[in-house]
Write a protein that binds this ligand. Structure first.
Ligand code: NAP
Length: 322
């Protein structure tokens, strides 16, 4: 029988790739977007899926509306991807970030508890929840303790523990994917990976003469978004709910990201980088990376891209739209 999935945050990077994945698997996809969003969505047009998704405008902060949606749609699976997802913006907009990210998650959990406890839910947790980590705790695991250091990370940690609480208290099938940075051509322009790729291409065409960046000495665990959404789906097909780290397993510096990108375009990065003090964050994590052992063993998820392959792929994709 055809399965039905609701995806919140459907217009975003992950919502778009996940929609495509589920449509290819024969799902009926209902996508949730805010009243203020522009539809049709450019990401969906890019992936050629805009006519295949049933888009609904809904305020996830209104519990009764969320309950009505579940009663009408009767989904098998709900993927909760909607969020104010930028760490940087969360320092400027802490109240909106905390309010939206936490209460939208609680409302979905409450709505499932009240309407149909058999609905399976995926919660988009984040590696940012780990926050201030001493290097001897690396690689991060599912059991590593959180110490969030931004309003965004606090909102995600709070949503994560609420999801775990509903799993343990009410027996809901809620799985949390603790995803590390994952990128693609659909990444929002306010994220640093997108800024590096698009500005480097502009510089190579003579359309820009420099790039402003913050701290380049941060090491992150980067992956490719279309591969990571596959893990979300696998989590909801497993026979029991759980938490999984989804990551590449290696740390690379932002400086290396910049160097690979610029050098692939035949540019010397040192000529074009300007360090902008206003882009430094109040607190920044020096290095984080995780282990994806559990996701590989339990879910059979596979990820074998090297960092260089990832940056090359992102650059090729960015060139194709520039
Ligand atoms: P994204 O591109 O920013 O998409 C998130 C979507 O959430 C937006 O398209 C937006 O859709 C919706 N949204 C609802 N309320 C919002 C608000 N107040 N401000 C901004 N957007 C709002 O994020 P993504 O990269 O696809 O990530 C999906 C989820 O995974 C998010 O929850 C994110 O926090 C989490 N995550 C992402 C990463 C990553 O590296 N990408 C890593 C770990 C976790 P509408 O405007 O249509 O409503």
């Amino acid at each position: 029988m055809q399965k039905t999935a609701i995806i919140t945050g459907v217009t975003g990077q992950d919502g778009s790739y996940l929609s495509k994945l589920l449509l290819n698997k024969g799902y009926k996809v209902i996508g949730i977007t805010r009243e203020s969003s522009t539809i049709p969505c450019l990401n969906h047009q890019f992936l050629k899926i805009e006519e295949k998704i049933d888009i609904r405008k809904l305020d996830l902060l209104k519990l009764n509306d969320v309950i009505s949606l579940l009663e009408e749609i009767k989904p098998d699976e709900v993927y909760n991807l909607a969020a104010q997802s930028s760490v940087g913006l969360s320092f400027d907009e802490p109240i909106m970030t905390l309010e939206f990210n936490i209460f939208s998650t609680i409302n979905l959990l409450e709505a499932i508890r009240k309407t149909n406890k058999d609905i399976r839910m995926y919660q988009a947790s984040s590696s940012e929840m780990f926050g201030q980590i001493s290097e001897e705790k690396l690689p991060l695991k599912e059991s590593t303790i959180f110490h969030p250091v931004s309003p965004y990370a606090i909102s995600k940690a709070s949503s994560h523990w609420t999801a775990v609480n509903y799993r343990e208290s009410y027996g809901l099938f809620v799985s949390c994917g603790i995803l590390f940075n994952h990128e693609s051509v659909l990444r929002r322009s306010n994220f640093v990976s997108k800024k590096i790729l698009s500005t480097a291409i502009k510089i190579s065409k003579g359309e820009a003469d420099h790039i402003n960046l913050g701290n380049l000495d941060v090491f992150r665990d980067w992956g490719y978004a279309p591969d990571y959404v596959e893990a979300m789906w696998l989590m909801l097909q497993h026979n029991s709910p759980d938490d999984f780290l989804i990551c590449s397993g290696e740390a690379n510096s932002l400086k290396d990201f910049v160097h690979i990108t610029f050098e692939s375009l035949g540019l010397d990065p040192e000529e074009f980088i300007r360090i902008d003090q206003s882009l430094l964050r109040p607190v920044d994590l020096k290095i984080i990376y995780g282990t994806n052992h559990k996701a590989r063993e339990v879910l059979g998820w596979e990820y074998d891209r090297s960092f260089k392959e990832l940056v090359d792929k992102l650059l090729e994709e960015e060139k194709s739209i520039s």
